[in-house]
Design a binder for this molecule. Sequence first.
Ligand SMILES: Cc1cc2nc3c(=O)[nH]c(=O)nc-3n(C[C@H](O)[C@H](O)[C@H](O)COP(=O)(O)OP(=O)(O)OC[C@H]3O[C@@H](n4cnc5c(N)ncnc54)[C@H](O)[C@@H]3O)c2cc1C
Length: 324
Amino acid sequence: MGLTRDFFIYLSQNKALNSGAKRWGLKMGAQSVVAGTNIKEMVESVKALNAHGISATIDNLGEFVFQKEEALEAKEQILAVIKAIHENNLDAHISLKPTQLGLDIEYTFCVDNLREIVALAHEYNIFINFDMEDYGHLKPSFDIIDELSVDYDNIGTVIQAYFYESEENIKRYKDYRLRIVKGAYKEPENLAYQDKREIDQNYIRLIEYHLLNGKFTSIATHDHQVINHVKAFAKKHQIPKDKYEFQMLYGFRKDLQLELAKEGFNFCTYVPFGKDWYGYFMRRLAERPQNLNLVFKQVFNKRTNTLLGIGAGAFIAGRVSKKN
Ligand SMILES: Cc1cc2nc3c(=O)[nH]c(=O)nc-3n(C[C@H](O)[C@H](O)[C@H](O)COP(=O)(O)OP(=O)(O)OC[C@H]3O[C@@H](n4cnc5c(N)ncnc54)[C@H](O)[C@@H]3O)c2cc1C
């Protein structure tokens, strides 16, 4: 795990920097990968994707919420997004994170918020994807899915290939629509593969399992080798195109997104938007430091320098004190 990755993961979780960034609007090149800070801007972005035959999964950005008011505000915002999808007849569904709806505050409070969201989406026939976060939130997130599945069938979730236990989880959730990813958080060796080759191998195993299983599979990756493998695998096993889709993040590999849609594959872009863009953006930099080009290509103002400077100082101080 490189220093750069650690540094950006540290920045993504830094509360002071998160709340500072909220006040400043999209900065540091974030506008290339975040589809606006409000619903109106997001709707325009989704319409543009839909015009190219690409559907969207919309994420009202926000995570690691510790105040009830903040979680309630997020719930209202997501309800408004569901209405906007319906009113604008968008080809889109919702992605959400349980911690944004209060999972770290109180389990039942979070379930109540999510129930309201899932119920409204059900009324409009809109699918809700439960994004998966770090390991500490895995089990309670699955518990919520189990609980809400008793009443609703418009729910699906994510399987992260870096966890050893994902093979077990994909079998348990084999009847669900699943998004399969490599995994974005920093997890310890006793829980997760650390080696890229092992993660990639498990990723392919899980995708193949769910494709053969016949339930809808979202293959969420920017990795063209995985995409090519899936195309060949689906052809060989005669898996119909309406049983799977490819997903990528907004602003990433745009040419490949369009190419796959043009080739007739279902393609869905993950569209993050909102004031709370900072943690999301830093995690993207952690995954692929080359994305820093996005940052430096933009106007690199004084405030941005200060933000990264404070982060770097605190990060280094943390490392030194850990060593001591
Ligand atoms: C739609 C979507 C939803 C996600 N949801 C979750 C979630 O709920 N929980 C979670 O933990 N994680 C989630 N992730 C993140 C995911 O787990 C990975 O961390 C992230 O996608 C990076 O891995 P990768 O498969 O894209 O390829 P990587 O392993 O990062 O890259 C593999 C190869 O692909 C090529 N490549 C990658 N990116 C680019 C690029 N921008 N331009 C050119 N070539 C590139 C390079 O050749 C690279 O070596 C999601 C990802 C996507 C796309």
